[in-house]
Design a protein around this ligand. Structure first.
Ligand code: HSE
Length: 310
């Protein structure tokens, strides 16, 4: 058996992005999880889980996103080996930054390299989405899709699975602010309404379509005015203290738009990287939390290429 370690960087992603609940996703260039693996005779062994929030990440391969996704890949490829894993988290769990998605996508991507890249991107996404389903209490592939494909992704359909990738504008700046609190996706899904009105459906279709137009044409103003959510973020606002104030501060500091990242609690702001550095946005959102006695980490980042071997 080969002893060679394979090393993957799996990036943070933001999902929903206004009107695209469970359908839109965007890969960031950083932060990333680093996932390392090497072949063993059989089964899975997780010998390291380190980094922010890693105390709560299970080392039991049956309930760990990385190994669940990797096991799906080995099964589909009829592989006759197992994998020893080392997981170095750069994205803390329960952040809304696609932490479990990065682990799942990274696990699938890693295992596929070990299987001589027998699976295509869609098959890898499905393996990773299976892990998301097991871990987060609902099948959603809006984090794992951009994590595998990079850029901005739209899931047209789950059954049959159909995803398209769009190259986002090169000057789309992103500021992520992560207050010092945890929101589990499974909990954030429990507060969602079961049904939506025709009025909200119309509002979402119009905004979602215009966001795709903005991503495809590089029209940042169209992106700024179409990241709108009448259904999901309103239901979840109570889970993230000071959310609306933080969003307002980001916009008054120059953001095109500011919104709850994924299922929260992170706050995502888009800005024009040709005319702004994003630093004032990061400072002002952080101040909302520090003024209220809470810690808040920030990243100034941009769209990224998805999982890669390093
Ligand atoms: N679309 C999912 C949700 C993403 O909002 O529940 C979770 O990261």
């Amino acid at each position: 058996m080969s002893e060679e370690w394979v090393r993957i960087a799996a990036p943070a992603t933001t999902s929903n992005i206004g009107a695209g609940f469970d359908t839109f996703g965007l890969a960031m260039s950083e932060p990333c999880d680093i996932i390392e693996g090497r072949k063993i005779d059989s089964g899975f062994v997780i010998t390291e889980v380190s980094g922010p929030g890693s105390d709560n990440i299970p080392t039991d391969p049956k309930v760990n996103s990385v190994s669940i996704a990797a096991a799906q890949v080995l099964k589909r490829c009829d592989a006759e080996f197992g994998i020893e894993l080392r997981i170095k988290k750069g994205i803390r769990p329960c952040s809304g930054m696609g932490s479990s998605g990065a682990s799942a996508a990274g696990g699938a991507f890693l295992a596929n390299i070990m299987c001589e890249e027998k699976l295509n991107s869609t098959q890898m996404i499905l393996c990773a989405a299976h892990a998301e389903d097991v871990i987060s209490g609902g099948l959603h592939a809006d984090n794992v899709s951009p994590c595998i494909l990079g850029g901005f992704t739209v899931i047209r359909s789950y059954e049959p699975f159909d995803v398209v990738r769009i190259e986002p504008p090169r000057n789309l700046g992103m500021v992520v602010a992560l207050p010092d609190l945890m929101v589990a996706t499974s909990d954030a899904r429990k507060v969602l309404p079961r049904e939506v009105s025709v009025r909200d459906l119309v509002f979402h279709v119009g905004n979602a379509s215009t966001l795709v137009y903005g991503m495809m044409t590089g029209d940042l103003k169209a992106i700024g005015r179409s990241v709108k959510d009448a259904v999901f973020e309103p239901a979840r606002t109570k889970l993230v203290p000071h959310l609306k104030e933080a969003e307002k501060e980001a916009v008054s500091a120059g953001a095109l738009v500011s919104f709850m990242g994924g299922s929260g609690p992170c706050i995502m702001s888009f800005y024009d990287a040709d005319t702004d550095l994003g630093a004032a946005i990061a400072e002002r959102v952080k101040a909302v939390y520090t003024d209220n006695g809470m810690g808040c980490d920030t990243w100034i980042t941009k769209p990224g290429v998805g999982c890669k071997r390093i």
